[in-house]
Design a protein around this ligand. Structure first.
Ligand code: SF4
Length: 454
């Protein structure tokens, strides 16, 4: 280790949706790497350790190094020439970069979608249908005495969720930590999170909706048949006891995991949980919230919603935003071979989408933004290498409870940030679109700007 060391206090880990902002980072400025991340969990430590500066060009066209200006011009030409361009990813970059991406998609009359469509998209749909009784994680820490996780395994996916907010911390109205709380887990099998729970309900796979609906009936005082045990795997006695505890608590929280959204029932499951929280407000204070994965996926939902009115799966082809998951979501636009150009930001769909979608992605011009080489950047026509948000780049991210947090970067990268490239790309796209519109005659084809971006 060199002598050129600095410490960054209250830095933020952007690996998962907890967005822990109490990191103390030790940075070796000569080696340009973080050597210690105090307070980080095992996932956070790995995130900070693996983000070192790697060699390679900042911009490539068809695998050959080019200047940033050349790559931006080519990307602008590709996106403005397409008939059905799509923008996808966005959950691992800053809100400032997300904002530029929405404006670009608006100018080119494309579809914008985020990784929400393949994780908590069904919860996003349920919000629109049912409404959301919500909170911040600070409120949970200080007030909640009944916590229920449904369809998730935070011990492995969000290791500090239990210790910062829900199980062990001492809160204003929960001064004895875990002793003041009842923790319940609902899942189809035991996981490393199960030992934390006071009560564990093992629901039959695909029966979450039935279980939540039976609980709604009991909350409302309706009779539930004992055959519910055959249906869901949970006995009526256990459910009656649980519902009494829920009605009698002071502040209850239902955390929704992807075990609800990516299984049979999907948005009906999330909707049932939100409706259960709403029902319980007849008796006590109850809230429901999804546990989000990527570091700024909540920011992506917020930014796309501010600017379009909808959180993901939005299309601008008519000159105004339309929301239709299943039609404008990226897996669908690719699998149906609708998209004829793609702007992929901080995501690797070529590694994890269905094969039909990957095949089509490989057949159209792709503009990619990533901090490292990925399956998507390898097939991209224009590939930008960018710096890592939170480690090299400042800006704003949203924690999973919609609280915005300002990043404190640790050291500089030779690569530009996503926003550094998206801003001139948006300006060039705007110029080309307005130029084409003027050539056709005043007003023809002029698209609205989603937001007054600078
Ligand atoms: S819980 Fe998530 S945000 Fe917090 S340190 Fe671990 S990986 Fe990072």
């Amino acid at each position: 280790m060199s002598d050129n060391i600095k410490t960054v206090k209250n830095a933020t880990c952007t690996f998962c949706g907890c967005v822990c902002d109490d990191m103390e980072l030790t940075v070796d400025l000569d080696a340009k790497r973080i050597t210690k991340a105090k307070n980080a969990c095992v996932l956070g430590r790995a995130w900070f350790a693996e983000h070192t500066i790697q060699d390679g060009p900042a911009a490539m066209i068809d695998g050959k190094e080019v200047t940033l200006e050349e790559a931006i011009e080519e990307a602008a030409q590709v996106l403005t020439s397409a008939k059905f361009p799509i923008t996808y990813g966005l959950s691992d970059t800053t809100c400032e970069a997300q904002r530029q991406a929405v404006a670009i998609t608006d100018f080119i009359r494309g579809s914008i979608d985020t990784t929400t469509s393949v994780c908590h998209g069904p919860s996003g749909l349920a919000f629109q249908g049912v409404g959301e009784s919500t909170m911040t994680l600070g409120e949970v820490k200080n007030r909640a005495d009944f916590i229920m996780y449904w369809g998730g395994n935070p011990a492995e996916s969000h290791p500090r969720h239990f210790t910062r907010y829900t199980v062990t911390p001492k809160g204003m109205f929960t001064p004895n930590g875990k002793k003041d709380r009842t923790v319940v887990l609902v899942d189809v099998r035991k996981t490393p999170s199960t030992p934390v729970a006071d009560i564990f309900l093992q629901v039959k796979p695909g029966k979450d909706f039935e279980l939540a609906w039976a609980m709604r009936a009991l909350v409302k005082g309706h009779k539930v048949d004992s055959s519910i045990e055959n249906e869901t795997g949970v006995s009526l006695e256990v459910l009656e006891d649980l519902v009494q505890r829920m009605k009698n608590c002071n502040y209850g929280v239902l955390f929704m995991g992807m075990g609800l959204t990516m299984t049979r029932g999907r948005h009906f499951n999330s909707g049932a949980i939100m409706a259960l929280a709403a029902d319980l407000n007849e008796f006590t204070h109850f809230v429901a919230k999804p546990v989000r994965g990527h570091g700024n996926v909540t920011g992506a939902d917020n930014v796309v919603s501010w600017q379009t009115g909808y959180p993901f799966g939005v299309n601008f082809s008519k000159g105004y935003p339309r929301f239709n998951p299943g039609e404008f979501t990226t897996v669908d636009t690719l699998s149906r071979c609708d998209a004829d150009a793609a702007l992929i930001i901080a995501s690797d769909p070529a590694a994890n989408f269905p094969q039909a979608a990957i095949n089509h992605l490989g057949s159209i011009p792709v503009v990619s933004f990533d901090t490292k080489e990925t399956a998507t950047s390898k097939l991209a026509h224009v590939a930008f290498r960018t710096s890592t948000y939170g480690i090299n780049t400042g800006g704003t991210v949203y924690r999973m409870d919609d609280v915005p947090i300002t990043l404190r970067p640790a050291f500089e990268s030779p690569f530009p940030s996503d926003e550094d490239i998206l801003t001139p790309l948006r300006k060039r796209v705007q110029e080309i679109v307005i130029g084409k519109s003027k050539a056709k005659g005043a007003g023809a084809g002029v698209t609205r700007a989603a937001s007054p971006v600078k």
